[in-house]
Design a protein around this ligand. Structure first.
Ligand SMILES: [Zn+2]
Ligand SMILES: [Zn+2]
Length: 216
């Protein structure tokens, strides 16, 4: 299968290893496949580890095809296993590599193009971030609330420690105490104040009469 689709040329390849490898071995649909498998849009959802194996098997396949080796069913998976699996004896591994060399596969080079699960992860999250599903407004609000909540808890904890320490050193006098951190946002248009959580829930000041995006 040596389809050379011209669409691959218009694709903006990222600079990372996976991008370079995909370009070198002409795997134009790889990005789509990775995203589909990773997000579970298709039937199955694969981990980045499984995806790395998938990528490397595609690379191996392309290399064997370049060497005009006729592939039997399951041969790629089996050859990849013989090359990489820890359970395979080093003797078998050497033999497999020698056979591939003899058949005209530059196996050193091919193996140096194998990617790690970390590379796959970085490629998905950094290079392909735009193609991945963007979070909904609700999700973004929730994430923001979590972040601010954690910050609030941390401020409370640090304040409690600080007061307690000053008290222990007789620098400060107080009975049993309680620290509360509350963050208030004031609308400068109408001077209405909102606890941050309320503002996140309502997502608009009363004075801002834009029921514009009621995205649910
Ligand atoms: Zn990349
Ligand atoms: Zn207002």
């Amino acid at each position: 299968m040596t389809e050379r689709t011209h669409s691959s040329e218009s694709e903006t390849a990222c600079g990372c290893k996976l991008g370079r490898v995909a370009t070198e071995y002409e795997l134009p649909n790889l990005d789509d496949e990775l995203v589909t498998y990773w997000t579970g849009d298709g039937d199955e959802q694969l981990s980045t580890r499984q995806l790395a194996t998938y990528v490397n098997q595609r690379v191996l396949e392309a290399a064997l095809e370049d060497a005009n080796i006729l592939l039997k069913d399951g041969e790629i998976e089996n050859t990849y296993r013989l090359l990489t699996d820890d359970d395979v004896s080093s003797g078998t591994q050497v033999q497999t590599r020698n056979e591939l060399e003899r058949d005209g596969v530059p196996i050193d080079q091919v193996e140096s193009n194998f990617v790690s699960h970390q590379t796959v992860y970085n490629h998905l999250t950094d290079c392909l971030a735009a193609t991945l599903e963007t979070p909904s407004d609700d999700e973004r609000v929730e994430r923001s609330a979590d972040k601010l909540g954690a910050l609030q808890n941390r401020t409370e904890a640090v304040t409690t420690d600080t007061v307690a320490q000053l008290e222990r050193n007789d620098i400060l006098d107080i009975g049993e105490f309680n620290v509360t951190v509350s963050v208030t946002v004031t609308c400068e248009d109408c001077l209405q104040e909102y606890p941050i959580r309320t503002l996140l829930d309502e997502r608009s000041c009363d004075c801002q009469d834009s029921s514009a995006d009621e995205t649910r």
